[in-house]
Design a protein around this ligand. Structure first.
Ligand SMILES: Cc1cc2nc3c(=O)[nH]c(=O)nc-3n(C[C@H](O)[C@H](O)[C@H](O)COP(=O)(O)OP(=O)(O)OC[C@H]3O[C@@H](n4cnc5c(N)ncnc54)[C@H](O)[C@@H]3O)c2cc1C
Length: 195
């Protein structure tokens, strides 16, 4: 199989091509060439997440390092990065996730313009004003799969074409690892799709 890039140059031939991108992007790339993948890839819906990385001047006086934020109009999750294993406590950095609904509603806005409302929401969750030394918003267009694809990975032995990702089995890094390992096993076994 040859790969043709946007600028028309080609690479290959390759015996096998394995793709590990979000399902909607994989669908755009693969559906015209691999009809067996088109249906399962099209079925996967992925929600966006606007994420805020913020450095505070001082540690907030809350008795927790992370929280699911239930029924908040803007935020779904906040976590203190310095509390994670192996992270430096020199900087008081937090990661803040907007809800899928709020992220969808603001998806096409310049992420920089979303910093003030996200900081306001974070202050509300902390219950105190925020003194931020740095804040950056990032748009994850394909962040959270709504449901699995029905298999841990997909591989067409006739084409030598496979696809994997966290969206096959759920939106966590463990799912990405399981999917990648399953795709590796399928390439050896020559299976079509399995779990
Ligand atoms: C804001 C956020 C926070 C998260 N926090 C956690 C957490 O704390 N713990 C946890 O377990 N999980 C977390 N996750 C989930 C975790 O990041 C994912 O489950 C994991 O990264 C999925 O891995 P993946 O290899 O399937 O896909 P990805 O990591 O999304 O990798 C896909 C790659 O493909 C690239 N790509 C896309 N299209 C193309 C193209 N056309 N050509 C070339 N490259 C392309 C992308 O740039 C990307 O690098 C978080 C996710 C988000 C969005």
């Amino acid at each position: 199989m040859d790969l043709q890039c946007e600028k028309s140059e080609t690479h290959g031939p390759f015996e096998q091509v394995l793709v590990a991108v979000p399902a909607p992007q994989a669908h755009a790339l693969l559906a015209p060439h691999a009809p067996s993948f088109a249906h399962p890839l099209a079925a996967v819906r992925m929600q966006p997440c606007i994420a805020l990385m913020v450095e505070l001047r001082a540690r907030p006086s809350v008795p927790w390092d992370a929280a699911f934020v239930n029924q908040h109009p803007v935020l779904s999750w906040v976590a203190r990065n310095a509390s994670k294993p192996g992270r430096s406590a020199d900087h008081e950095c937090w990661v803040v996730h907007a809800t899928a609904a709020w992220s969808s509603a603001h998806l096409e806005q310049d992420p920089a313009s979303l910093v003030p409302p996200l900081l306001d929401a974070f202050a509300e969750v902390l219950g105190a004003p925020i003194d931020a030394t740095h804040a950056t918003a990032h748009r994850w267009r394909y962040a959270i799969p709504e449901a699995g694809s029905g298999a841990e990975a997909w591989f067409d032995a006739t084409l030598g074409l496979g696809v994997a990702g966290d969206w096959c089995v759920g939106g966590r890094v463990e799912g990405a690892l399981a999917s990648g390992m399953q795709l590796g096993a399928l390439t050896v076994r020559g299976g079509r799709a399995a779990d």
